[in-house]
Ligand binder design. Structure first.
Ligand SMILES: [Zn+2]
Length: 191
């Protein structure tokens, strides 16, 4: 299932040392911006899809999935940045639409998992801990880091993790395979 993509804005430009293409769309009521830039050097290039949240506004977007951009066409003032980078922006935005359209999983807590949540609270905040989670905390946690995954192990242990991107082999094999060390998330700011 993919949410529809509604066009909002786009920007393009080229100089002798760099060219860029930015597309702003609305997906499932959220403003998402794809920014792609190709510079003379690889470390001047990049592609990122950002979701602009109520908390951060347009000026300080929250980044999603930064990745290196490998495009063969070197910078030139004559280049049609929209034609070269447009297909990549399209791919990024479709991936964002898939993520935003995915319904949250329905989770039923088994008695063992309920006790594991108790242990998570007790070991992180003390055995008499009490913690109220506000809606803003939930939004912040949803927008930053990975999706929450919970793995129950045969020995009774439970792993709670937000440390991995969705494609990581650690998640695909429910902790059986190691992380491929390509999971990283920008350090978010707390508003
Ligand atoms: Zn990982």
């Amino acid at each position: 299932m993919t949410a529809s993509i509604i066009e909002r804005d786009q920007d393009t430009g080229a100089t002798s040392t760099r060219y860029h293409y930015t597309r702003v769309v609305e997906i499932a009521g959220r403003i998402v911006r794809a920014r792609l830039e190709r510079g003379v050097y690889l470390n001047h290039s990049g592609a990122v899809a950002e979701m602009l949240t109520d908390q951060t506004g347009l000026g300080q977007p929250r980044r999603r999935r930064p990745q290196q951009l490998v495009v063969r066409h070197p910078p030139s003032v004559d280049i049609d940045a929209a034609a070269v980078l447009g297909p990549l922006a399209e791919r990024l935005l479709h991936r964002a639409a898939e993520i935003l359209a995915a319904p949250p999983p329905t989770v039923t807590l088994s008695p063992h998992l309920y006790r594991a949540v108790s242990a998570l609270l007790a070991t992180s905040s003390g055995y008499k801990a009490e913690c109220r989670i506000d809606p803003n905390d939930i939004t912040w946690a949803t927008d930053n880091g990975g999706t929450l995954h919970i793995f129950e192990h045969p020995d009774g242990g439970v792993t709670f993790t937000k440390a991995h991107r969705d494609e990581c082999p650690f998640l695909a094999d429910k902790g059986g395979q190691d992380c491929d060390d390509e999971c990283y998330f920008d350090l978010p700011s707390r508003i």
